[in-house]
Design a protein around this ligand. Structure first.
Ligand code: PMP
Length: 306
């Protein structure tokens, strides 16, 4: 999808015109994936706009930097302010927000420490990630032949650019085989997550999702669903899940900032349940969108006003 360009991007403390927001080709990040980033949604509300779980996203960004021993030259609150300013500077209502911290231009050894730590925030409009129809009808997915990273290789709790080379293998394999998305297993063969979203299953009235020890990114949408399920008194179990649960589940759905909540209607050509969106999936979609559209009160203070 071509970029719906905006006027400006925040780079190291100032708004820079879209076309001037460039880096040198010999920047460390380009060669070694040395970047931590976030994807955040800003929603249009009846009386303005609200950024979804801003503080939690910025916290995860800083946590990732801590894992990689990168000292961000801005405070969390400066990055939060930069995000809100960039939305305002570009006159956006609903948009996708991409803050990132990366190793810049200085030298190209594997050692990143001589390179500067740069930061930027871009915003653009982004609709339904897997298509509008998918929100109701669901998507067809495959179990990937690629696994997620072993815990002592790349840390999955850090949303690092380099992790997305693994995600790209999963995604491209799925597309090449005619599926919308791939589900990765962890190195023990247990269900992990999609290339860019967490996964949930429903079986006999209970919701299941893999724990942090199944090589997942701790999704903020995932966390929100756990909260909504508790609000609605729906039973949830976080435990390691064998692959075959995918073939006997009544419902399967993905959750993430880009997809929000999206039903999976088949896995490896095996229909999930009756092959249509399930009851719990609909219920959680409805509750999530009621809050993010402002139709229901923001009872957990998830939306920061722009
Ligand atoms: N897992 C991966 C690999 C992701 O890229 C994403 C998207 N950030 C998620 C899970 C979902 O996380 P979130 O709900 O915070 O967007």
């Amino acid at each position: 999808m071509a970029f719906p360009r905006t006027d400006s991007i925040w780079m190291n403390g100032r708004q820079v015109p879209w076309d001037k927001a460039t880096v040198h080709v010999l920047s460390h990040v380009i060669h070694y994936g040395s970047c931590l980033f976030e994807g955040i949604r800003c929603y249009k509300l009846p009386d303005g706009s609200g950024v979804f779980r801003l503080r939690d996203h910025v916290e995860r960004l800083f946590d990732g930097c801590a894992i990689y021993r990168m000292k961000v030259p801005y405070t969390r609150s400066e990055i939060e302010t930069a995000i809100l300013e960039t939305i305002r500077a570009n006159h956006m209502e609903a948009c996708y927000i991409r803050p990132f911290v990366y190793r810049g231009y200085e030298s190209l050894g594997v050692d990143p420490t001589p390179c500067p730590i740069d930061a930027a925030v871009a915003v653009w409009s982004w609709g339904d990630y897997l298509g509008k129809e998918a929100v109701e009808k669901g998507v067809d997915v495959m179990v990937s032949t690629w696994r997620r990273m072993a815990p002592d290789t790349l840390p999955m709790l850090a949303k690092a650019g380099a992790n997305y080379m693994n995600s790209q293998l999963i995604k491209v394999e799925a597309l090449a085989n005619g599926y919308a998305e791939g589900i990765a297993l962890d190195t023990d063969g247990m269900i992990s997550e999609g290339s860019g979203e967490n996964i949930f299953l429903v079986r006999k009235g209970t919701i299941y999702t893999p724990p942090l020890t199944s090589a997942i990114l701790e999704g903020i949408t995932r966390r929100s669903i756990l909260q909504l399920a508790s609000d609605l008194s729906l039973p949830v179990v976080e435990e390691r899940l064998p692959r075959e649960m995918l073939y006997i589940a009544d419902e399967v759905f993905f959750a993430g900032t880009a997809v929000e909540i999206i039903p999976v209607r088949s896995v490896d050509r095996v229909p999930v349940g009756r092959g249509v969106r399930g009851e719990m999936t609909s219920l959680l979609q409805a509750e999530f969108s009621a809050i993010t559209s402002g139709r229901k009160p923001d009872r957990h203070h998830w939306l920061t006003r722009v």
